[in-house]
Design a protein around this ligand. Structure first.
Ligand code: ADP
Ligand code: MG
Length: 701
């Protein structure tokens, strides 16, 4: 209870000095509305301005203070004019580089003067550099005191400066320390649950420490996130996350779904159309799905299976049950390209049984599209294939019984919630099968997807030969071009991928266009195709069709072909700038080959010098084809602080926890979640509200 005259954490931020409507609006963008939210708005990282780093100890990416004498200062005229100043201490020389500078700034750097600079270290053409550091000339008159504490850097948004965030968090921490109302039962219970680890501080102390590490705080632990205060908060955050997913699961289990009967006849017909026998793993996973589909509770199952493991066939088997029971099935693909491919495959499999397969892709003409949409308003068993966009629009389903989502690497809890609402009628929900080729280790999956049941397709169809991978510097590009020619002479096709050069679609497409032109000349008379993000959907599909039909020998592409594309005759994959891609992306791309009977190869072209991590990544690709193994290595390769982010896996972004670093905590977190749910359910609510305010509206859950 709030004591009269005392501030509480539940008060709106506008009660803090300096927060008017404009600032409040900006804070709201960060999910901060009450004082408590500020307390849980944790620093992303810290700047260390407490000590001077010897120049000899600089490493790229570190943010450091250096101090040294100006040795040399000069304006360079290269591609971009820059002021270049070399600074030396007794351990080495570093370069300061400024692209924007005026005459006065230039004159400050008198040879022999001592300067102190703060900035991020980067690799320059000749030595390590600080780009646009903050600099101060040290002379007898200026005192040279360093900061006593680390400087926290907060996640921010336009128009919210770090200084203001620091001021506001300071005020919020004062409220926290005085508001005993917040730590009552909660801290006690958590302490009891956590008593195995006595080293952990209380919640309040942990929060204060993380916001304002005291002078002398152990820096290494802080950088790594292994300090007990950080671990204490990470446990709570992971717990909150876990609890929210369990709630979601409990909610799903209270809803109802249609029971599907078994479908022996339709299955037999479809399997005949497959032209192959299901693998043991496929059969097992289909069994797991069948159990769910025969219950009156919505299935919410994640199917993880490596690239090429045959998830589409599993999806088709799941569909047979819904169709036989008179329900509609919707299959969503992430791209038009893939939707088109699935339509073709499913038509081949289902047409013999007279089941309609209706595409709803962007390519469809208006008339046909409307016709298909109208067909879906009839309660007849049909299979519809499209992208997410189409399902978000005005498509109405008369009797949707099963939703299958393919290649879903990037989906967060909020998207899962949204999906759950699709086809909802009162308490009724369709069953859901979510398929992904981004395998993640089991312990992680159980945490990140605690709201889902998980099936694993851990076996490739027989007769697959592992793709041979080689790593080649781009100076030997000619050899690689010769291999393309050889492949083509043997009637095989090749992909040549030019991945992200920039975060810009325009520039990437340009790079692919240039490469295609270059290769066309180098490889005449081979037929070279080009596909990139700037092409119209119809044009992309045309190029893809041509490749599928063998009318193109070499397909130059951006990473648009990353997911799902299945062309068995393509047996050579070249990936340029491979050093820039993450392991899971490389693995996905490589998975485009090795789908037929021919021995396939993947060439990873790189531009040196390679960073340690890049070298390890490329080596991993050379050593293994196993997606789960690659996922494991990916985790260990990531440095501390490199969060396993939403982009890669669709897992939540955390404020302080790091799924890879904090893996060891996960079993404990799951146990804690069990105990909280059984013995203190309202504690669960409070934890969820504290940590997840800005993400999903769990109040509705
Ligand atoms: P992914 O799991 O990556 O989606 P696909 O479903 O595209 O894999 O299957 C990859 C290829 O393997 C397809 O050409 C498919 O027809 C084939 N395939 C699937 N299952 C089997 C099987 N049991 N035996 C032989 N080939 C199979
Ligand atoms: Mg697939």
């Amino acid at each position: 209870m709030a004591v009269l005259g005392k501030r509480t954490l539940d008060e709106p931020v506008t009660t803090l000095a300096g927060v008017g409507p404009r600032i409040a609006e900006r804070l709201a963008r960060l999910g901060i509305t009450v004082i408590r939210d500020l307390v849980y708005h944790l620093p992303l990282r810290y700047q260390d301005r407490t000590r001077v780093t010897p120049i000899g100890a600089l490493r790229p990416k570190l943010e450091v203070v250096i101090e040294g004498a100006v040795e040399h200062s000069q304006v360079q005229f290269g591609r971009r004019r820059s002021l270049v100043v070399s600074v030396a201490d007794s351990t080495g020389v570093a370069v300061l580089r400024f692209f924007y500078f005026n005459r006065e700034q230039q004159l400050r750097f008198v040879v022999g003067r001592t300067v102190r600079c703060f900035g991020e270290v980067r690799r320059g053409p000749h030595s390590l550099e600080l780009i646009h550091p903050e600099c101060r000339v040290l002379d007898e008159s200026s005192t040279a005191a360093l900061d006593a504490r680390l400087t926290p850097i907060y996640p921010s948004t336009d128009g919210l400066h770090q200084a203001l965030l620091r001021k506001l968090t300071t005020l919020a921490l004062e409220v926290l320390v005085n508001d005993t109302g917040d730590s009552d039962q909660l801290d006690g219970l958590l302490r009891e649950l956590l008593k195995r680890d006595v080293r952990l501080p209380t919640l309040t102390r942990a929060l204060v420490f993380v916001h304002r590490p005291p002078p002398g705080a152990p820096l290494d632990e802080l950088w790594q996130g292994s300090h007990p205060a950080q671990q204490r908060l990470a446990i709570e955050e992971l717990l909150a996350h876990q609890l929210s997913l369990r709630r979601l699961r409990q909610r799903t289990k209270r809803l109802s779904a249609p029971r599907f009967a078994s479908a022996p006849d339709l299955r037999r017909q479809v399997q005949e159309a497959f032209g192959f026998k299901l693998t043991k793993a496929q059969a097992r996973v289909i069994g797991e799905i069948d159990r769910d589909l025969s219950r009156a509770v919505p299935m919410l199952r994640l199917l993880q299976g490596d690239v090429g493991a045959g998830k589409t066939a599993v999806a088709a088997m799941a569909a047979t049950r819904a169709l036989t029971s008179g329900y509609q099935v919707a299959l969503m693909a992430p791209t038009e390209l893939l939707a088109e491919q699935h339509t073709r495959t499913l038509k081949r499999w289902f047409t013999p049984s007279a089941i309609d397969v209706l595409p709803l892709t962007g390519r469809l003409r208006g008339g046909l599209k409307r016709q298909h949409q109208n067909l879906l308003k009839e309660p007849a068993p049909r299979l519809v294939v499209g992208t997410h966009a189409l399902f978000q629009s005005a498509v109405e389903f008369a009797r949707l019984g099963l939703v299958i989502v393919d290649e879903q690497h990037r989906f967060g809890v909020d998207q899962r919630l949204a999906l759950l609402e699709k086809g909802a009628q009162g308490n009724f929900r369709p069953h859901q099968l979510i398929m992904t080729a981004t395998p993640i280790p089991r312990t992680l999956a159980m945490t990140a997807y605690a709201d889902l049941d998980i099936s694993i397709l851990d076996q490739l169809p027989p007769n697959r030969r592992p793709v041979t991978t080689t790593v080649i510097p781009e100076t030997r590009r000619d050899e690689v071009i010769a291999r393309v020619r050889d492949a083509s002479a043997q009637g095989r096709q090749t992909y040549w991928v030019c991945p992200l050069i920039d975060e810009s679609d325009v520039l990437d497409s340009q790079a692919a266009t240039d490469t295609a032109a270059e290769l066309k000349t180098a490889l005449t008379p081979l037929r070279v195709g080009l596909i990139h993000g700037r092409l119209k959907e119809a044009a992309k599909l045309d190029v893809m069709q041509a490749f599928i039909h063998g009318a193109i020998d070499l397909l130059v592409a951006t990473t648009v072909i990353e997911v799902g594309v299945d062309v068995a005759n393509a047996s050579l994959m070249i990936i340029e700038n491979a050093e820039r891609l993450g392991l899971s992306q490389l693995h996905q791309l490589r998975g485009r080959v090795g789908r037929g009977n021919a021995q396939s190869a993947c060439v990873l072209l790189y531009k040196g010098p390679l960073s340690d991590t890049a070298r390890h990544r490329l080596q991993t690709m050379r050593e293994t084809n196993d997606g789960f193994e690659i996922a494991e290595r990916d985790l260990t390769l990531r440095g501390p602080g490199e969060v396993l982010g939403t982009r890669q896996t669709g897992m939540a972004e955390f404020k302080i926890a790091d799924l890879s670093r904090d893996r060891g905590l996960l079993p404990m977190v799951r146990e804690l979640a069990d105990r909280v749910l059984s013995s203190a359910p309202n504690l669960a609510d409070r934890l969820i509200r504290r940590w997840l305010v800005d993400r999903v509206d769990y109040a509705k859950v």
